[in-house]
Write a protein that binds this ligand. Structure first.
Ligand code: 5GP
Ligand code: MG
Length: 445
């Protein structure tokens, strides 16, 4: 998960990074940070908390310079230490460096053990620190070559913003698992960012997506950027970004996320028809797909469940007991609308089954006569190792139970999922997608 941003050649660089991080708060709420450089030194501010809590006017005015990189952290299991906040800063042989990383390295333990054997010491549990060590230990003269050498060692899904005092590098792994786009700021300079929704807020014009395997280099006193294709592209664009994670107003690989979600809903209606009175979404994650389902099926759409916006995403709570409570706090049904009706309920995904079970219970309590649950993605049967925070096999309900067993568990009158083929078709079938959660094809070896 996580969000990264890089801003280059703009006198308000840290402020632009701040707005971009704000637009991408959904990608991580645990910690946030910005490093800026004025060409002489790098300054970093990072802290636990939301973007608007961590940064204020005095803080931003300390982050001087016309280049900045930033990061929002999504907590993956356990590690909540401030040492795990990014960007990660270090002083080394060539000067100062700061790195922001989105993704997950699959050989992080091997690389770390080797570095430790060779005498390296680590401050955090983040795989990002591996990259810093590899760069610091390289014998190459130029930072660019040191980065390339480090990238030859690490394996996994990554988007990186690396900043020295005078340069910025934006890199996307050869699979292009996580999204990463380039924009031009209307008041000067460039921005790279995990999602294009950040561009609208900061007044940037979309230039293009950074290519899988590409490194873009920005250098002080040059108005143009350079591009190097480091690795042969082998696209595996994360399908889950479209299904759940990215903001609906973002475009990934030229496709609008909202539009693809609606397509998934339409495909779901074609694959899994049902006779019902109303289509209602699980807010907010099921809204776009539910609209698609309603349009395709001709069944009226209603916002039958109200969401309390002051409760965060349910996944953030670490324990199962608190998670159950949070779903209750977050969602409540409109009884007068739903009573006696046959309802199709649409959500984007089932992970542990907690949300679906709770929603069906509150709908039945509200007096609906039938609940047909339709899920706008295939059954999640494998944990993602490439940066989406899915739990282990043990907790993934569809890894352990058949659809009809899950149907019984969540107490639905019927339950169906989108097929993998229909998902690919909804995404346009024009590139290759990472579908590990669904097919268990761990393509990064
Ligand atoms: P469940 O309740 O089955 O464990 O999880 C399904 C719900 O969690 C769905 O409503 C879906 O929108 C949401 N969800 C799915 N994947 C993720 C994720 O990676 N992070 C967060 N925060 N929520 C997710
Ligand atoms: Mg949801």
């Amino acid at each position: 998960m996580c969000a990264i941003v890089g801003v280059f050649g703009n006198s308000e660089a840290s402020r632009v990074a701040y707005y971009a991080l704000f637009a991408m708060q959904h990608r991580g709420q645990e910690a946030t940070g910005i490093s800026s450089s004025d060409g002489v030194k790098i300054t970093t501010v990072k802290k636990r908390g939301l973007v608007t809590d961590v940064f204020d006017e005095p803080t931003l005015s300390k982050l001087i310079g016309d280049m900045a990189i930033g990061h929002n952290r999504y907590s993956t299991a356990g590690s909540e230490s401030i040492l795990d906040a990014q960007p990660v800063f270090a002083a080394y042989q060539l000067g100062e460096i700061s790195i922001a990383h989105n993704g997950n390295l699959v050989n992080k333990n091997e690389v770390r053990s080797r570095l430790i054997e060779e005498g390296a010491i680590f401050q955090s549990s983040m795989d990002t620190e591996n990259i810093i060590h590899l760069i610091a230990r390289s014998q190459k003269e130029r930072l660019q070559d040191r980065i390339i050498e480090a990238l030859e060692v690490i394996k996994g899904a990554y988007c990186l913003c690396i900043q020295s005092r005078t340069k910025m590098f934006a890199i996307r792994d050869k699979y292009g698992v996580r999204p990463f786009s380039l924009g031009r700021l209307k008041d000067g300079g460039y921005i790279v960012s995990s999602e294009t929704c950040a561009f609208d807020l900061v007044g940037a014009e979309f230039v293009r997506d950074i290519k899988p395997g590409e490194m873009i280099i920005f250098e002080k006193d040059s108005n143009e950027y350079k591009s190097i294709q480091l690795f042969e592209p082998d696209p595996h664009i994360c399908a889950f970004e479209y299904i759940y994670f990215a903001r609906p107003d973002s475009d990934i690989e030229g496709k609008n996320v909202y539009a693809t979600r609606k397509e998934m809903g339409k495909a779901l209606a074609r694959e899994h028809k049902v006779d019902a009175d109303l289509v209602i979404p699980v807010p907010d994650s099921g809204v776009s797909a539910a609209l698609g389902y309603a349009q395709e099926s001709g069944i009226p759409f209603e916002m039958g469940i109200v969401r309390n916006h002051y409760v965060g995403r349910t996944f953030i709570e670490p324990t199962q007991k608190r998670r159950d409570m949070k779903v209750k706090l977050k969602l409540s049904p409109i009884g007068s609308l739903l009573k006696g009706k046959r309802i199709v309920v649409i959500d984007d995904s089932i992970v542990r089954g907690t949300t679906a079970k709770r929603i069906i219970r509150i709908l039945k309590e509200a007096g609906v006569s039938e609940v047909h649950m339709r899920i706008a993605s295939p059954t999640i049967e494998h944990p993602c190792k490439y940066g989406i925070d899915t739990p282990s096999y043990k907790e993934l309900i569809s890894a352990n139970y058949s659809i009809s067993e899950v149907e019984d568990y969540i107490e639905a009158d019927s339950l169906d999922f989108l097929s993998v083929d229909a998902l690919k078709e909804s995404l346009g079938n024009d590139t290759n997608y990472s579908l590990v959660s669904f097919d268990g094809n761990y393509f990064i070896k």
